[in-house]
Design a protein around this ligand. Sequence first.
Ligand SMILES: Nc1nc2c(ncn2[C@@H]2O[C@H](COP(=O)(O)OP(=O)(O)OP(=O)(O)O)[C@@H](O)[C@H]2O)c(=O)[nH]1
Ligand SMILES: [Mg+2]
Length: 447
Amino acid sequence: MFGSLTQKFQDLALKLSGNKTLTEENISEAVTQVRLALLDADVSYGVVSNFIKKVKEKAVGTEKLKGVKAGDQFISIVHNELIHLMGESESKVQLKHTPTKIILCGLQGSGKTTHAAKLAKYFKDKYERKCLIVALDLARPAAVQQLKVLGASIGVDVFALEGETNPVKVAKQALKQEGYDLILFDTAGRLHIDESLMKELRAVKDLIEPHEVIFIANAASGQDAVKTAKEFDEQIGITGSILTMLDGTTRAGAAISIYEVTKKPLLFEGVGEKVGDLQEFNPHSMADRILGMGDLINLMKKAESEINEEESQKLEEKFRKATFTYDDYLKQMAAIKRMGPLKGILKMLPGIGEGMFNLEESEKDFSKMEAIILSMTKRERFGLVELIPSRKRRVAKGSGTSMDDVNRLIKGFKQLKMVAKGMPGLKKKLGNSGDLDQLSKKFSGLF
Ligand SMILES: Nc1nc2c(ncn2[C@@H]2O[C@H](COP(=O)(O)OP(=O)(O)OP(=O)(O)O)[C@@H](O)[C@H]2O)c(=O)[nH]1
Ligand SMILES: [Mg+2]
């Protein structure tokens, strides 16, 4: 997501690592690089200047910590400031009212309709709320249809008035619907902000008296998203934002500056076209990702719901005793597979990223993998005998796969074993962020 930015920050830490202390002189190049990296990622000039000023003050004014490399300390200061820039703590949509009324607004194609469905699914699945989505985008006939299809796919009711052209009238009828805990209003978008759109939104907002007005920001549009957020906030009054299209963009600018500009919390991030592709926004986790630390927090949340605590502990033990077997490998791959598309999940892990092993292929070939492991003898599965070529040929034949497949599986197994063994280093890498012990414990338990 933030590929080039991440690489730049990692290079910086390396360059500074030879220094004993941070001084105005030795950080000047690093500071310039941070400035360029942020500008390159489309963060606005004003936000960058402010950010740099704070980083400089902290870096020069902070006493160097014993045992911490100067480069790491500098990155840690940048990390903290990034968190600060994105709002410090995780913000949640409050569901105190019945019904809680939420308006989604934003420019055309920013993801309003899709995110109305994603939010409904999220509140339904996670908080068991009965949701209604109201179609207030009457400009395009296809918009109502799009919502109905989405609603049906997640089992959520959609309210629409066929033939009606005034969104205020639709909203009025929708508010009379009873039995819902949460009502989400999907509004029309425009290519640019114009007076008629703002007028329509103000009228709708006055009638609905919403608890939240969420701005849907297309992160791929960089600084434009930030300018638009500011404009919507000034004209309509927003209560928070959702960053969408984060899966497709390399310009992190919007992500970084919307909070700074509106002072309204970033609530969620949209990371794909499917209704399940929604994550809670967490400034710590986003800062980790920007600096290339992987996305532990999100991974942990997914892992927590999918991986059984007892099982993780057993596996952790196995790793320590180096008795991790092909059977365990299969079990873990199955657990990871349950968590969602492999690629998305494993990319979040520090040190794995892309390229280490072909994740998409692994997912596609999961059943192949299962067949290969089940074709091994018990001794082979427990790693008691070396898988020499004649054994590999037998396994390939028995599982209806090729030697290449078998070799790939062995390679993946060995790599995973290696990554898992390196896990204690993870704790050090992450410094002192939050529930670290628990996180790294869970993390190593994953494999
Ligand atoms: N990759 C990716 N695509 C997304 C995401 N959110 C939405 N989309 C896609 O973006 C396109 C536009 O999304 P919509 O939800 O229709 O956008 P909208 O704001 O309702 O658009 P209008 O109603 O025309 O103003 C659709 O093709 C969605 O599938 C996301 O987080 N990532
Ligand atoms: Mg729409």
